[in-house]
Design a protein around this ligand. Sequence first.
Ligand code: NDP
Length: 359
Amino acid sequence: MRLAGFLAPAGVYAVVTLLHLALPARAVDGYVVDPATGRPYRYRLNGLSVFAVTVALWALACWQGWLAWDFFWTTRWEGLAGACVLGLLFTLVIVLGAPRSGRGLLADLFLGRASNPQGLGGRIDAKMWLYLAGATMLGLNLYSFAMHHRLAFPADPSPCVALYTGLFTFFLCEYLFFERVHLYTYDFVAERVGFKLGWGCLVFYPYFYGIGLWSTADLPDPHAPHAMLAAAAVLFFAGWSLARGANMQKYLFKRDPAAKFLGRIAPEALSDGSNRLLVSGFWGAARHVNYLGEFLMAIGLTLALGHPDRLLPWLYPLYYVALLVPRQIDDDRRCSVKYGALWADYVKRVPYRIVPGVF
Ligand code: NDP
């Protein structure tokens, strides 16, 4: 059992890889240009079907009695250890297999050397694979943790667990549905593939993002007031609207600067003749209002658990503050170098970083 739990993430990542290679995929051009060809990198995207088939295979295995429904719960520490080893191995292979950057070995190991490594003749992209593997493992962990709760409290299972798992399923599926939009984000523009991204996606994402359920699945129903659960769902979807809305508006603008967002809102942009920056809609409210959306979603998920008095679930929204505030500072620095005076004009026009009217 302990060894099986330790090896489980490797098994899941192997299934994800095989399905990713075997299932039909959309071939799309990304945003980042391959310096070797001068053309955008091309990607095979089939994340949502890989996720759905992996979850269906897991459910089938449990239903047939080959695997306990709460296997990933009972072996969660072994799974975490196995994922850590995989994250380290992945880092060593991907970093040491790439040409040196000149920044030193430790920096290379942590931040990575290659920006957009692809393999098997472009059939697999390291960054997209990492996000898909992490999302799928996180989904399986959440479903198994939720099943542990159901098995532990068959007479009085908490609706909070169902709400939290449902909201998180939405979070994962909508990311996979809009996988293509992810190609236009900081991860693709600014990050290289090393420990930060590799270990982050193979270990931190699947084993930390579910900390709320990890720390409460073996507690009885808290009988949280319905108003609190409704507020949690409203907060989550309000956050989602901000994050998804801003991402989609920018995605559309990058692909067609004249296109109307949602078919109605005409883009307003600042231009210096060669570059353009959006100053309307979400991008006129704050320079990273999408990060506010992520915070709200995280708070909504935490409240949905119905245990607002417990500390551990709050680590999830806190983590977003630690991730996204420095990221906003770094992204502004990068944009200020890239866009020069145009960025300074944008900052004057839209002074708020993340929270409109406040910060
Ligand atoms: P953004 O989507 O805000 O992208 C920043 C980039 O957008 C800039 O580098 C710049 O790139 C471009 N840009 C900035 N302002 C403008 C403007 N006014 N007009 C046009 N282009 C502009 O940030 P991220 O890539 O960091 O995040 C993407 C999404 O992913 C967000 O919703 C974020 O919250 C989410 N996220 C989710 C995480 C999670 O774990 N759930 C973790 C991290 C992020 P360019 O140089 O190309 O113009």
